[in-house]
Design a protein around this ligand. Structure first.
Ligand SMILES: *Cc1c(COP(=O)(O)O)cnc(C)c1O
Length: 413
């Protein structure tokens, strides 16, 4: 390169990167991360490093939905495992990276979902990507029938498998039925969908989807990432709540949201888990989660299994916030879950509302813009937890009303 004298049309890599970024900035959807330090023992408070100062703020958009990331039993389990086993896992699962905590945690997830087996991954993203790409690539003639609002990790897994795919309209059982009926009963098929869709807070008609899949002899793959720990009497997800866990072929979840730690998993039959364990690249070739992480997740799953009152409190908090926003004329989208989405409908205004809540009111709620949601559906997405108090809500309501009035945002229709 240093001998190059030509000034021809060779790619200027740096300029390319800068151009792409300035495009995002023009559209108002360049992402800026809040520089946070969460305060264990003082959830949902965090220190925010902003313009050279440290400010205490209240977090209103965490996916640590139940505050388990700072729950004393979870922290104690993590400390104990670190003291016993050290920091990292030491390898892939096959090469010295399986600790007893991994084994116990897989048993725990199998039990939670009433399945024969479970398999851990380093993240929920990797669980979806690896499982779907492996099944799609290896089962001859596989077709995916996928909900149009499925998470990126499922889309990537399906694409990477190179198997055929059909997209059905979101939560639309008639469209699913018609898409499925294109294919012979004998052709291998997977219906891939989620229970709680986390941007709108709506919930799939799981039982109806299972009926249709059964009729057409399709496997079912259900992402319960935004439901495990939060729905069902033991936190087994919406499929547990609806009494249909046994009918779902593969249930996928995360340890990073309601369980408050990190990592992902699938649960299903012995043969299926063994197959993905043996053929899935994203499982085989990546070092496993540290023992301390597995121990913390294990403590968290066990705790939430036994504390249904936290789930009741969680639902009560979400219902209360929705009601209070609605009464105040703030446009809450029609969520039937613990997610409280508030419509702004413009990328730049959405960012401005978020910035002003932080700057003037010490409230942190991240703007949700395209491509996470469609253009025109930009929103603030609030996630009240069992630890947000009435006083926190009073402060939030007053602050949101102040910002809404001042920057002229839409009221509820
Ligand atoms: C967050 C998320 C994932 C990925 O889980 P991680 O453990 O965060 O990698 C998968 N599916 C859905 C629907 C999600 O929202």
């Amino acid at each position: 390169m240093e001998n190059s004298t030509s000034e021809d049309a060779a790619v200027d890599y740096e300029e390319y990167f800068a151009d792409q970024i300035s495009g995002l900035k023009k559209e108002g959807r360049y992402r800026v991360f809040a520089d946070l330090e969460r305060q264990a023992g003082n959830f949902p408070r965090a220190n925010c490093y902003i313009d050279g100062e440290i400010r205490e703020i209240t977090v209103w958009c965490s996916n640590d939905y139940m505050g388990m990331g700072q729950q004393p039993e979870v922290l104690a389990a993590m400390h104990e495992a670190i003291d016993k086993c050290g920091a990292g896992a030491g390898g892939t699962r096959n090469i010295s990276g399986t600790s007893h905590y991994h084994v116990l945690l897989e048993k725990e997830f199998a039990g939670l979902h009433q399945k024969e087996a479970a398999l851990l991954f380093n993240s929920g993203w990797m669980a979806n990507m690896t499982t779907l790409s492996t099944l799609g690539a290896m089962i001859p003639g596989m077709v995916f029938i996928s909900d149009e609002k499925n998470h990126n990790s499922m889309i990537e897994g399906i694409l990477h498998s190179r198997a055929e795919k059909k997209i059905f309209k979101h939560n639309d059982v008639d469209d699913l039925k018609s898409k499925l009926s294109h294919y012979d009963r004998d052709r291998p098929k997977i219906v891939a969908f989620e229970s709680v869709y986390s941007m709108d807070g709506d919930i799939a008609p799981i039982e109806k989807i299972l009926d249709i899949a059964d009729e057409r002899n399709a496997m079912t793959f259900l992402d319960e990432v935004h439901a495990v720990g939060m729905y069902g009497i033991h936190g087994g997800g919406v499929a547990e709540r609806d009494g249909v866990m046994d009918r779902v072929t593969i249930i996928q979840g995360t340890m990073a949201k309601a369980f408050g730690v990190v990592g992902g998993y699938i649960a299903g039959s012995n043969a299926m888990c063994d197959f993905v364990r043996s053929y899935g690249s994203g499982f085989i070739f990546s070092s496993s989660i540290p023992p301390g992480v597995a121990a913390a997740a294990l403590a968290s799953v066990r705790y939430l299994k036994e504390h249904n009152e936290l789930r009741e409190r969680h639902q009560e908090r979400a219902a209360t916030l929705k009601r209070r926003f609605t009464e105040a004329g703030i446009p809450v989208l029609p969520s039937v879950s613990h997610i409280v989405p508030v419509l702004v409908g413009d990328a730049a205004l959405c960012k401005q509302a978020s910035d002003e809540l932080m700057e003037k009111h010490n409230i942190y709620v991240q703007p949700i813009n395209y491509p996470t949601v469609p253009r025109g559906a930009e929103r603030l997405r609030f996630t009240p937890t069992p630890l947000h108090t009435d006083a926190d809500m009073d402060h939030l309501l007053n602050s949101v009303l102040e910002v809404w009035g001042r920057i002229g945002l839409k009221a509820a229709a």
